[in-house]
Each structure stands twice: as C-alpha cells, then as structure tokens.
Design a protein around this ligand. Structure first.
Ligand code: ATP
Ligand code: MG
Length: 552
C-alpha cells in the first residue's frame, strides 16, 4: 500500500463522514492562491491535500485565483502557478478567478446594506484602529454606523463610480464592536483602490476584502470543504457570518490545518519576492529557493515532493519540518531512476606514464550500482585522466587510503594505478600526478593477486567535456529565521552557492537535456541547469548529496 493510502488525517475523516451521512453527494475542494508571487513548497502541501481529497473521494477541485488585490497581482504569476500545479501532477476541474465574481460580490454587499448589516465609514485607517479596541478592551462604534440605508446605498454607489479617493471611505459589515473576536468588530468589506486589475482592467475602483470575498467565492462555486491554514481559525465565525447574511444557497465549511514550515528557509511569497527583488537569488526559480519553480530547476521531482507532503501529513498544530526530510524522499526517488555517471568536480590531472601514448580503450562501467537491469556502458580510458583533487594527498593523513606517493588504488572500472611522482607549479601546488598501471588488474578480469583499499572515479582527459557544477547550501542560516525579532535578510548565508569547474565523461551525458538527472559517482545527484546550460557548456545543479544522517 502506498503512503498516500495509509496516512490518515482529520480532514479526510470529516470528508468521509460527510459523504457517508449524505450531507454531500460529491465533494468540491479548491486551491485558491493569490497571484502575487510564485508558489512555494508550502503551497504544495495545500495542493496535494485539496486535489488528493477530491481524487480519493471522486470529487472535484477548482483552481481559483484569489485576485482581489490588483496592486500586487500579475499575469506572470497566474501563468507560473498553473504550470507549477500541473508539474506537481494535478489537473483542475475548473479554473476560476475571484474577479469573475466582482459583480455578484457587489450585489451581495448591497444586500447587506439593505438589511442594515453594512455601512459606509469615513474614519481614517488610524482612527479605525483606535475605535477597534484591543484584545482586552472592547471597541467603540463608528460615528457613521447609524447612517440610513438610503445614504449607505448612495455612498457605496458613488464609491464604485470613482467619486472618492483611495482610503477616503470603506464599506464595513455591521456586526459587534464589543465582540471578543476582533475579526467581528465591523470588518471592512470593500476598499477604494484606483488601480488597474490584471483581469478586469479599470472597470472597478473598489475591491472586496479577503474575509468577505473568500466565503462568497467558495459558496458561489459550491465548495463543500474549504481548507485553509490555521491563522484563519479566528476568522471562521466571520466566514460563516458572510455566507449566512449574504444568503448564499450553498454553505461551504471552512477547515483549518497547520501550515508547512521548514528549517533554513522562508515560506511566504512576499518574502521570497524580496529575495528576487534584492538580487540575492537569480530569479523566482533560483535552485536555492523553496519555490516549486526553484525546486524543479534544482532537480527535485514531483514524486519526491508528493511523498514528502504525504508523510508529514495534516495536523492541527504548527511545527517546523526538517528540510532533510524532503531530501530523504528525493534520494529514494532518484536512486533507481538515474544513471550513475562519472564527473570530476575539482580536477587534478593524472598521467599513466607506462600507458601507450596513442592508445584509447573502452572500459565497462555500471549504469546503476543498485540495479543490474540498468546495464553497463563503455567509457573511453587513456593515458591522461582527471581525478578529484581530494583523492590525492602528497602527505596522507591517518586512515587515508586513496592516492599518495607509492600507494596503489583502483580506478573505477579500469586498472590499479600506483603513484610514482608529482609535478608542482612554482607555488608548490601539485598540478599533475604521475602513476604507473598494472595491465593485469583490469576490472572484470578476475585478478586476485593483491588488494587495494580504495577505488576512485576519473574521466578521460582527452574526450571529457568541461562542465560547471553548482553546489548549494541553505539560503538562510538560522533554523527559525523569523525568531528573536531578526529580519530574515540579515540571516542570508553568504556561502549558499559554490560553482566548481570540472569535467564530465562524454558517454552518459551525450544526449543530456536540461533537467535530466544523474547520479555522479560519490558526488551526489545532479541535474542539467535549464538557465545556464548552452550548446558549448554544461552546467549542473547538485540536487542533493548522496548521504545524510537523517533517519525517518
Ligand atoms: P504567502 O504568504 O506565501 O503568500 P498565502 O497563504 O498568503 O501564502 P495564498 O496564495 O493565499 O498564499 O495561498 C493559497 C493556499 O495555500 C491557501 O489556502 C493557503 O492556506 C495555502 N498555503 C499557503 N502557505 C502554506 C503553507 N506554508 N503550508 C500549507 N498551506 C499553505
Ligand atoms: Mg497571501
């Protein structure tokens, strides 16, 4: 049984019960992003939850853009969000925009005014804050809350017609200024904003507030279970109030769950946008970003992200997940899928002085160490090779078994080589290692004469292709970047990106395309970068290293 079918969550239980008792014949969920940035892995949790519920219970899921704030929204974000949802493996039953419902929302606001449940208020933002009271002190009524229905209707229409400036007036719900729940203290329903909307252009200069718009959107679409994050729990009475007082025929149920937080990252479009705008990353899809676009470019797979989200489950309490847990699912997904290829990230020239100068032979290496069915391939081998700098030490430390003067190691898939001497530059750095090889020791020949303690990887210098390797560390230093009043921009890791220039073998990578994934022997999983790779130069992103101490 897959993880998907065994992880239970409380929302799933509610849905199952509602279907069993006949409260609903079919469930409809929605994923309602605001198109004000790119989606991040927190959104993936919400997507997987909403689409997953509909999949499991034969329901439907709408993708709805909650576009009620024209100043921050853009069609670029709409496009990226659609792409990311699809990439994660989901397809919506309907695509809607909250702005499609602006007429209906306006009419529902008029209904509230006519019922004496909404009024136009002239208080400034600051005055309104004063009147609102605090958690311990009740608020007091606005001097405008007794306006007549006629006056309110007239003023609201004039707000819509553009007769007032931004901030001059708002429409508020008339509920209870003394409510213990601050959200119920006459919240704003409509504000004036003379801004061009990405969908409706200049048709409107008043826009509905989230707390008013969201329940109406859900009700209009017949959403049965409206899943949102915990911070909206205290908004639920208001959600229910608007559905009831606006006389919506369909009554959605809001259910809150804990948002996903992860170590060493920030999870908010607003903050991620700051990283882009400040030039700290090379775009929303920078491989260090927790955005879906960033994870994709980094080489993460939808399968790994889905398995991760299912494993962390859905809970009622906030917690922070170790980002290494996502890496665990990544390795698990990548291991069987990728070809084990040879690449040298920090090259050091190795010359086999007794190997014929004009000879190249093909040696056989496995395509996947854990899967024999993946077969083998032949890679060229000749007198000059590159090995990793760290696989040679002129003066070996204790327990160092790789190459050092007079020591012998195996070159993976090929021969034993023994270091005879080195060439140094004027600064004394070793720039070339000289070895001799023993033709008797070829891999697969059954040689049992003597043993070596290490096998190192290599690429053939003559045929190797130069490549850049981008290695990543967390972008944010602190585990909880928001803590102790520190701004997350003060916590940026200055070493989050390291670019190495090395070589790849020319066989496994022959037809490699952007986003193709490989396992580099001993160096981890890598993907071909989609932004910097050109026909002349391969650029690889390290997806994740091979090992971790993390245990599930
Ligand atoms: P952000 O602060 O990043 O903009 P948001 O909650 O304002 O996040 P929306 O575009 O409104 O972003 O979110 C769409 C849906 O995704 C909402 O239902 C929201 O609850 C959910 N969501 C957002 N962030 C997370 C998270 N970290 N974990 C789980 N769900 C999330
Ligand atoms: Mg938001």
């Amino acid at each position: 049984m897959s993880i998907e079918n065994t992880t239970s969550n409380f929302i799933r239980n509610i849905v199952a019960e509602d279907l069993e008792t006949g409260k609903h014949k079919e469930i409809i969920t929605r994923f309602p992003p605001e198109p004000n940035g790119y989606l991040h892995v927190g959104h993936a949790k919400s997507i997987i939850l909403n689409f997953g519920l509909a999949d499991e219970f034969n329901g439907k899921t709408n993708l709805r853009f909650d576009d009620t704030n024209p100043v921050k929204e853009d069609t670029e974000y709409v496009q990226s969000i659609k792409e990311d949802v699809k990439w994660l493996g989901f397809d919506w039953d309907n695509l809607y925009f909250a702005s499609d419902y602006f007429d209906e929302m306006y009419n529902r606001a008029i209904l509230l005014i006519k019922k004496g449940k909404a009024y136009v208020c002239d208080l400034s933002a600051e005055q309104m804050k004063d009147y609102r009271g605090t958690l311990t002190a009740p608020g007091k009524e606005s001097p405008h809350c007794q306006r007549s229905i006629e006056e309110n209707l007239d003023l609201f229409e004039r707000m819509k017609n553009g007769e007032f400036k931004d901030g001059e007036k708002v429409l508020r719900a008339k509920i209870d200024m003394t409510s213990a729940n601050m959200n119920m203290r006459d919240p704003i329903i409509y504000r004036i904003s003379h801004a061009t909307h990405h969908n409706t252009g200049d048709k409107w200069c008043i826009y509905p507030m989230y707390d008013f718009a969201h329940p109406l959107e859900d009700a209009i679409e017949g959403i049965t279970h409206s899943v949102c994050t915990l911070e909206f729990e205290a908004h639920r009475p208001l959600y229910d109030w608007f559905v009831k007082e606006c006389e919506m025929t369909s009554v959605p149920r809001q259910i809150e769950f804990a948002r996903l937080n992860m170590t060493n990252t920030v999870m908010s479009k607003r903050k991620l946008k700051l990283l882009v705008d400040e030039g700290i990353v090379d775009g929303w899809d920078d491989p260090r970003m927790p955005t879906i676009a960033g994870l994709r470019r980094r080489g993460y797979t939808p399968e790994a992200i889905r398995n991760f989200c299912r494993e962390i489950g859905v809970a009622k309490g906030d917690s922070t997940v170790d980002s290494q847990m996502l890496d665990f699912f990544l390795r698990e997904d990548l291991q069987p899928k990728t070809v084990l290829a040879m690449a040298v990230l920090k090259p050091l020239k190795l010359v086999i002085t007794n190997y014929p100068e004009d000879q190249t032979e093909m040696v056989e290496v496995e395509n996947n160490a854990k899967n024999e069915e993946a077969g083998t391939r032949l890679v060229p081998f000749s007198r000059e090779l590159y090995i990793e700098q760290e696989d040679f030490m002129e003066e070996p430390i204790k327990k160092y078994f790789r190459l050092f003067p007079a020591n012998e190691v195996r070159l993976k898939g090929a021969y034993f080589v023994k270091c005879t001497d080195v060439v140094k530059d004027e600064k004394g750095n070793v720039i070339e290692v000289h070895c001799t090889y023993d033709p008797e020791t070829k891999s697969g020949s059954g040689f049992t004469g003597r043993k070596v303690k290490a096998t190192i990887h290599w690429v053939d210098a003559q045929t190797a292709t130069p490549a850049h390797f981008r290695l990543f560390e967390p972008l944010i230093l602190d585990d909880a970047p928001e803590n102790e009043g520190k701004h997350f921009l003060e916590q940026i890791n200055p070493h989050s990106l390291e670019v190495l220039e090395g070589f790849i073998e020319n066989v496994a990578f022959k037809d490699a395309k952007p986003l193709d994934k490989f396992q580099f022997v001993r160096n981890g999983f890598f993907t071909v970068d989609s932004k910097y790779t050109t026909s002349e130069k391969f650029v690889f992103n390290r997806i994740v290293s091979l090992k971790s101490s993390f245990k599930l």
